[in-house]
Design a protein around this ligand. Structure first.
Ligand SMILES: Nc1nc2c(c(=O)[nH]1)N[C@H]1C(S)=C(S)[C@@H](COP(=O)(O)O)O[C@H]1N2
Ligand SMILES: [Mo]
Length: 443
């Protein structure tokens, strides 16, 4: 399989000038000029990686007020919340597609503020077709029927009695980045890539329950259905169910959030988000797919020549730079650590290349451990920015040798529909202007 060689030219990633959102400034203007001065004095501390300033200049030994008083006492019982100074780290609804209701809606993960590979539960993106139901776990039941020897019904207590497994996996909506197919619509990475999260999921392999019910000869497809107002439903091939599909109740160490399908959801690792049916109440076994509305009118992809493909559940290899990203301002020339995420529904990430010049030259980034199957992987590259305009982007490679394509390359095998379509895994560039502004440069 074609492994990319370095350096590679894939042509210009084209330029753009979208509106800016000055949501994020890593350093204040004062601190910035202070830094520049201290850099000059310390003989280029930034170039060697230090962003601190000398203690004598900063008079940093002044005793702060917090040293002189008691802090907040521990409440009798509490569910802890982030610092009040992190109030800008929020899920956000779309800025691009104006949605007048919030039932069939989505909110996005603030990836630019995510420091590790795990998305904190309070900011995991949401996608619901008919709002969030509140389900009492004591009343919730899961039924398995159809082409099985013994139809079964489980309560949550039944499911919690099995030995559990915990696995780290990303979850991405197939509509992630769709607003940026035809133009640079999103101002931040939260808006362009925020239908993406990663968690440690806890539950049981779906295969265990299928084994108990006993698959009949010829069983090939499963129907998985949710208990929400949309009755969200999908056909899943039996191979996935017997491979790595999970039924999960745990999310990052606690029970699922209501928004994520409490008390039980399906999790199809590496597949488009809508196959991971939330509020799971029914699994039916059959010898063929059902061709639901979610498999005909929705979640199909245009191909060249006017045909549409069905059942494109795999989420292909993709990556994006999250720091610096749209809406940020670089503090000035010097060392900047480029950071981002890479992931693939086919397996592990094996390499991420970064370009600083719009795709003419690429260099290999460092992957941060752990690097796991169908999981967000963090990459880093140290960049000594010379203060000149730049166009930065990342390109990921997975364990099958698949290389993340450019949007132009995708156009050769996908119909670039004059609207919004699913499965946009193209290389995504940000432009950096001489004054440090970072903007979406995709189209
Ligand atoms: N029952 C049910 N399951 C559902 C949905 C839904 O609306 N109802 N939305 C799907 C879609 S389109 C996605 S992308 C994922 C989103 O999961 P999250 O909200 O936990 O991020 O859930 C999927 N499962
Ligand atoms: Mo989705």
């Amino acid at each position: 399989m074609a492994r990319r060689s370095l350096p590679v030219s894939t042509g210009d990633l084209t330029s753009a000038s979208p509106p800016t959102e000055a949501e994020f400034q890593p350093l204040s203007r004062d601190r910035r000029s202070f830094l520049r001065k201290s850099v000059a004095m310390a003989g280029g501390a930034l170039a060697t990686g230090a962003a601190g300033i000398s203690v004598a200049q900063a008079q940093a030994l002044t005793v702060p007020e917090t040293n002189k008083a008691m802090g907040r006492p521990i409440p009798a019982n509490e569910y802890g919340m982030p610092s009040e100074f992190e109030a800008h780290v929020r899920r956000r609804r779309t800025d691009v597609l104006v949605n007048k209701q919030n039932f069939s809606d989505w909110s996005m993960t603030p990836l630019q503020h995510q420091h590790g590979i795990v998305t904190p539960n309070g900011v995991v993106f949401e996608r619901h077709h008919a709002g969030v139901p509140d389900i009492d776990p004591a009343k919730h039941k899961l039924v398995i029927h159809g082409m099985v020897k013994k139809p079964l019904q489980y309560t949550m207590n039944d499911i919690l009695r099995y030995p559990s497994v915990s696995r780290f996996h990303f979850l991405e909506c197939s509509g992630n980045t769709l607003t940026d197919w035809v133009r640079n619509a999103s101002t931040t990475v939260q808006q362009s890539h925020g239908l993406l999260s990663c968690a440690q999921w806890t539950g049981i392999p779906l295969s265990w329950l299928l084994d108990e019910a006993g698959l009949e000869e010829g069983a090939k497809w499963l129907l998985v259905e949710g208990a929400d107002g949309s009755g969200h439903i999908r056909s899943i091939p039996i191979e996935k169910a017997l491979d790595d599909a999970l039924l999960v109740y745990g999310q990052n160490g606690e029970m699922l959030r209501p928004e994520q399908g409490y008390p039980l959801r399906a999790l199809m690792p590496g597949w488009e988000g809508n196959t991971s049916v939330k509020w799971l109440r029914r699994i039916k076994v059959s010898d063929q797919p059902w061709h639901f509305r979610s498999e005909t009118a929705r979640y199909t992809d245009p191909l060249p020549g006017g045909k549409w493909r069905q059942f494109s559940m795999l989420m292909e290899c993709k990556s994006v730079i999250t720091r610096p990203s749209g809406g940020m301002n670089l503090p000035g020339p010097g060392l900047i650590e480029i950071q981002g995420f890479a992931w693939s529904g086919r397996g592990r990430i094996t390499a991420v290349d970064v370009t600083l010049d719009g795709g003419r030259n690429w260099q290999e980034a460092t992957l941060e451990e752990p690097v796991m199957d169908k999981c967000l992987t963090r990459f880093r590259l140290r960049w000594n920015w010379d203060g000149k305009p730049a166009k930065i982007a990342s390109r990921a490679v997975d364990s099958t040798g698949y290389v993340q394509p450019t949007v132009q390359e995708i156009g050769a095998y996908r119909g670039l529909y004059p609207g919004f379509v699913q499965h946009h895994n193209g290389v995504f560039p940000w432009s950096v202007s001489a004054n440090g502004e970072v903007k979406n440069a995709i189209a």
